[in-house]
Design a protein around this ligand. Structure first.
Ligand code: ATP
Ligand code: MG
Length: 333
């Protein structure tokens, strides 16, 4: 794998993953395994930004998430799967990089601002929460990654990472590449309520949902609000269900569009069809998951092996960082 450009991408361990995680990030991870050297991080320290009191579930959520990564086709031989808190070098780099960014710059970050607003944290936001994009920058830069496959919400963080890398390189000499985001076509998949699909919004379809659950959930999905009766002409361009057809039922999408617009396809039938196609699309993932769930020891071993491989790279980068900054190492006599 030497000589390949690097990818770093991670997710907070929050249990089972949803369709948005797949279309925005995971699908790209799998696709890129051949062309790049992939590092995939379970960002457990990042959980503490919004839920520092809820640490008891982190390991279980880590296992569940890694099972989903493996179920969709991440190959642990090729890609390094590891846990952030097991590679302490991230914390050292985070501290050093935190000196290179201003507080107003962090306060301007639109993704953090949106999260603070949604969680009503205005006057209670923690120092660590405000600064988590800097920790994320350390997560990326410590592997000297060139690309970061993420959903649209993460793009401001990659921009900040690039700024920090540039500042470091200017001050101390070139250690870091400036990473680029890698986006998919469905980089902001809507949830069942038409807002962004998000674990914290309760509007998700999980990769591991069974066909019956998928049917139930799809039935509640928001469609075109002006299409009330079967004969009413629909507007697929504003319909969540149509967005899912585009992604998960590409073969029928033009026919569905035509019939919806003409008013000959009703939402009930359209949803039923989608749920069937979705269940079929997800079936291989569900089967693989069922197999993986039986062997948690193997999942643990994969993570342990990944931690070792990640640590080696992180240690190498930190040697270069200390050398460049002339701090944290004994000078030659
Ligand atoms: P939370 O609600 O806790 O923020 P989330 O559901 O948004 O959770 P994250 O863990 O924040 O999921 O995101 C993991 C990855 O999935 C990131 O790369 C993110 O950009 C991507 N992602 C999350 N939601 C979507 C979505 N609806 N569409 C496309 N990509 C998404
Ligand atoms: Mg999110």
């Amino acid at each position: 794998m030497a000589g390949l450009k690097r990818i770093l991408s991670g997710m907070r361990p929050s249990g089972k993953l949803h369709l948005g995680n797949y279309t925005g990030a995971l699908e790209n991870w799998v696709k890129n395994q051949e062309k790049f050297q992939n590092f995939h991080l379970v960002a457990d320290w990042h959980v503490l930004t919004t839920a520092p009191e809820q640490t008891a579930h982190i390991w279980e959520d880590t296992i569940e998430m890694v099972i989903d990564w493996l179920a969709v086709g991440i190959d642990p031989e090729k890609s390094v799967i590891f846990v952030q808190s097991h590679v302490k070098e991230h914390a050292e780099l985070f501290l050093l990089l935190s000196m290179l960014v201003t507080v107003p710059r962090l306060q301007r970050n639109p993704t953090v601002k949106e999260q603070i607003r949604e969680l009503h944290l205005e006057d209670r936001v923690s120092f660590g929460h405000l600064g988590y994009p800097v920790l994320q920058a350390a997560d990326i830069l410590i592997y000297r990654a060139h690309y970061v496959p993420v959903g649209e919400d993460q793009v401001p963080h990659i921009e900040l990472t690039r700024e920090i890398a540039r500042r470091f390189n200017t001050l101390y000499g070139k250690v870091f590449p400036e990473p680029q985001p890698m986006l998919t076509v469905f980089s902001r998949l809507p949830g069942l309520d038409a807002s962004k699909m998000s674990k914290s919004q309760g509007n998700t379809i999980l990769l591991s949902d069974d066909p019956e659950t998928i049917q139930k959930k799809v039935r509640t999905a928001v469609t075109d609000p002006q299409k009330i009766r079967m004969g009413d002409p629909g507007h697929p361009e504003i319909c969540t269900v149509f967005t899912y057809h585009k992604k998960f039922n590409a073969a029928e999408v033009s026919e569905i569009e035509k019939n919806c617009k003409k008013g000959v396809l009703g939402c009930v039938a359209c949803k039923k069809n989608l749920a069937d196609k979705l269940a079929r699309y997800l079936a291989p993932f569900r089967e693989k998951r069922a197999e993986l769930e039986k062997d948690r020891k193997m999942i643990r071993d994969i993570i342990e092996d990944g931690n070792t491989r990640a640590r080696k790279e992180a240690q190498e980068t930190m040697r270069a960082v200390r050398e460049a900054m002339k701090i944290g190492r004994m000078p030659d006599v």
